[in-house]
Design a protein around this ligand. Structure first.
Ligand code: FES
Length: 299
């Protein structure tokens, strides 16, 4: 029956323009998922594999939650699927779990997320809160028209209600229609200038997920202050097994250039080791094919 089949879509809702949240039956993934991991999703048998960060999961119900931004052919087709439809395949959980360590009472973890970076950092921030860490979440949206999860009865509101003073949430938008006017780097810069202090506590670590430009800006900003910074790199992935090389991340460690893979070595990386100049162009490596593919699918 409906919902009994693995990979069946049980819930489907539009969060904002082009952004869909789904609850999908995937008991094997839900049983072993850890914060920071992702799944490899195949919409149809002849489709392409898309890596999607787990936004949430429920072990008892055997379900996972995914937030999908329609950017290319596959993600747009996924967003057109409905309750009762099923994905052709979901593999995971993949990638190394986020390294969630305990910080001192006078320290805090600071998250900086843009757009659909929010569902990617949400489980990681929650994992920090669960072990008693103080957390600051800086969340950026393009404008008030693009926000999601911010209502009192939605995920961020519920998290705030549950953790109270342990969690400080700062919203910003590019045009100032919601929260502070600016980018996530706007409040972050103030914190760094104030002596690496957020909400009265020393910043122990910055964790950032969002558009590549944003993660690079965060990394460049924290580097001179020596604040440990982690980025979760949603590189283009093809096989997600470390074989194809599509997700290569150029990293410089101890003066040595390394070519790591987001799918097996990541998705989290020390932001200050990433060779951003070499890495940024990789996000456009399939641009021509993507545009052509969307035309063919009438998207
Ligand atoms: Fe192919 Fe990572 S996706 S090596």
């Amino acid at each position: 029956g409906l919902g009994q089949e693995d990979q069946a879509i049980l819930k489907h809702s539009s969060l904002a323009s082009g952004i869909v949240e789904m609850t999908v039956r995937a008991p094997v993934v839900a049983r072993s998922a850890k914060a920071g991991q992702f799944v490899r999703v195949l919409a149809t048998d002849d489709g392409e594999l898309i890596p999607l960060t787990l936004a949430d999961w429920n072990e008892e119900a055997g379900t996972i939650d995914l937030v999908i931004q329609g950017m290319g052919t596959s993600t747009k087709l996924m967003n057109q699927m409905a309750v009762g439809d099923a994905f052709a395949g979901i593999a995971g959980p993949l990638g190394s779990p986020s390294h969630v360590q305990s910080f001192a009472e006078d320290e805090t973890a600071v998250f900086a997320a843009g757009g659909v970076g929010l569902p990617a950092i949400y489980p990681i921030a929650k994992a920090h809160l669960e072990i008693g860490n103080h957390v600051t979440m800086i969340i950026g949206f393009r404008s008030a028209d693009h926000l999601f999860w911010t209502g009192d009865d939605e995920r961020m509101g519920l998290l705030k209600a549950q953790y109270g003073d342990k969690l400080d949430v700062i919203y910003c938008s590019n045009d100032g229609t919601f929260g502070i006017k600016g980018f996530v780097t706007t409040p972050l810069e103030e914190m760094l200038k104030a002596g690496n202090i957020s909400n009265g506590r020393k910043i122990a670590e910055v964790i950032s997920v969002g558009p590549p430009m944003m993660m690079r800006a965060v990394s460049d900003m924290t580097k001179p202050y020596g604040v440990p910074t982690v980025v979760s790199l949603n590189s283009i992935m093809v096989d997600a097994t470390g074989m194809c090389g599509a997700c290569m991340v150029p990293v410089l460690e101890d003066g040595k250039s390394l070519r790591l893979h987001a799918c097996i070595d990541g998705p989290e990386f020390n932001a200050h080791s990433v060779e951003w100049d070499k890495f940024m162009p990789r996000f456009n490596q399939f641009k021509t094919q993507e545009v052509r593919s969307m035309e063919l699918h009438g998207l």
